[in-house]
Design a binder for this molecule. Structure first.
Ligand code: AMP
Ligand code: MG
Length: 465
């Protein structure tokens, strides 16, 4: 079998990328192939599992029809602008079934700077598990097609086994891609980018302002979904925010256990810039950077262009807030435009008592006793339950389909990674399997729902770069 590659990106002007091949590894072995996703892409999973498939997934063979490249982009990282970032450890082989087929951790590229272009095994397993869990939860995301162990060590804090992830994305166009051309005052390629983004994602749109409007809408809905499942992205730099509205880049991300609106996990995010409660504001800030980059395409008159952009940016809260209200209303089983005060007062009590975000919402459909068991001091919750009950008949099946039982909890991921580093991938496959049906009770796996014991709590996550 050959993979049916298209290469629309590599046909863009030369400024968009650097052609660069993956760098072979010594003795790769397969950890996982995503059979369902392979079939969606019309790829035979058995082919990916073959020797020829492994050679492709590890970067040891360039498949027929692929034109490997590293994408160019800029980005605001923690608020500071880096004009040249680009794929330093990811190589795009081309598109299959209209989706980007990318090897992450496939060796140095012209954008690697001081990095080794490699990924440690831990972040590969984390991204595979979390991105696939997000998909099963119904959150737009890049996907994981395969994970490979490279057979080589990478040097991080200490030597660690290396890995390569095959990532599938609607595209890897980011806010940072537009910033790259804006930083070079390259309006011609900015226009090419807008046309390309429209063609790939939004064929009905007409102009650059339309594109901004659409990306605002997509990201407002995306962040509302993150908030609804307690997801903290952790590194919402503009190079990690996709124009397609998919979640991308699972470096230091984490799901919350105990509810704390100021929760952050990323070790490098000391200030909490990317904490849970800041995510909608940061998304809006990032979108302002996109608007800035596209400004010359909105109108020749700069003042007019700024005004047009501001009008669009002002709509973010008008999209985000109802989207969040709908999600949280459904989480408590009520119609989509319920009273936010009712929801906020529950969140306040959960924060005060450090209740587990996932278990608390899940238990609400299981009766008073199950719900109150999540609180050390249940008394104030009784009053809340009365208010909730008087707000209408809760739709229990809606609650069940909005409040997951299973999320990729940090302590579970950590123990999967620990086992993986010792060559045991059974825990990885088990956790992956459970996360495929996050809204279903799964007999025998109840312990995977549990919040970590004090000694299991993971306080910090790392980019793994
Ligand atoms: P991230 O924070 O993971 O989105 O990465 C930010 C930038 O650093 C991107 O340009 C990456 O390509 C680059 N980068 C991260 N890790 C490595 C690595 N191990 N080698 C080379 N470049 C890297
Ligand atoms: Mg990135």
């Amino acid at each position: 079998m050959t993979l049916p590659f298209q290469n629309t990106y590599s046909q863009l002007p030369a400024e968009f990328f650097e052609k660069t091949p993956p760098i072979p590894v010594s003795s790769p072995s397969l950890i996982a192939v995503n059979d369902d996703l392979a079939r969606e892409l019309s790829i035979d999973p058995a082919f990916l599992r073959s020797e020829e498939g492994l050679a492709i997934l590890s970067g040891n063979t360039i498949p027929d029809g692929a034109e490997p490249l590293a994408m160019a982009y800029s980005g605001h990282q923690f608020g500071g602008f880096s004009p040249v970032l680009g794929d330093g450890r990811a190589i795009l082989l081309g598109e299959v079934a209209g989706k980007d087929f990318q090897l992450k951790g496939a060796g140095r590229t012209p954008f690697s700077r001081r990095g080794d272009g490699r990924s440690a095994l831990g972040p590969v397993l984390r991204e595979y598990l979390v991105s696939e869990a997000m998909h099963a939860l119904g959150v737009p995301t890049t996907r994981a097609l395969a994970a490979v162990e490279s057979g080589e060590q990478v040097l991080r804090e200490e030597p660690e086994p290396g890995g390569i992830l095959t990532r599938i994305a609607s595209s890897h166009l980011r806010i940072g891609t537009a910033q790259f051309f804006a930083a070079h005052q390259d309006h011609e390629n900015l226009r090419v980018l807008v046309d390309y983004a429209k063609k790939r994602h939004y064929p009905d749109l007409t102009d650059a302002l339309d594109l901004l409007r659409k990306v605002i809408e997509k990201q407002a809905h995306l962040v509302a979904k993150w908030m609804g499942v307690g997801f903290i992205h952790g590194v919402m730099n503009t190079d990690n925010m996709s124009l397609s509205g998919e979640t991308i880049d699972y470096g230091p991300c984490a799901f919350m256990d105990r509810f704390d609106p100021a929760q952050k996990f990323s070790y490098i995010d000391q200030q909490g810039r990317y904490a849970y409660q800041n995510q909608p504001y940061i998304a809006q800030w990032n979108l302002s950077r996109l608007a800035e980059a596209l400004l010359p395409l909105f109108d020749d008159n700069q003042e007019k262009a700024v005004e047009l952009a501001q009008n669009e940016l002002a709509k973010f809260p008008e999209i985000y807030e109802p989207a969040r209200l709908k999600i949280f209303s459904h989480k408590i089983g009520l119609p989509e435009n319920s009273d936010w005060e009712l929801i906020q007062s529950l969140l306040d009590l959960m924060a005060e008592q450090k209740a587990d975000f996932t278990l608390t919402f899940r238990a609400l459909a299981q009766g008073e006793e199950a719900f109150l068991a999540n609180f050390s001091n249940p008394q104030p919750l009784r009053g809340w339950l009365t208010h909730w009950q008087s707000a209408g008949d809760a739709n229990l099946s809606l609650m069940k389909s909005t409040n997951p039982a299973f999320i990729p909890r940090n302590h579970r991921i950590e123990s999967v990674i620990e086992a993986g580093k010792k060559g045991d991938f059974a825990p990885f496959h088990e956790l992956h399997q459970i996360l495929q049906q996050p809204y279903e009770e799964q007999a025998g796996f109840e312990h995977f729902q549990e919040t970590p014991r004090p000694e299991e709590i993971v306080c910090a996550t790392f980019c793994g770069t």
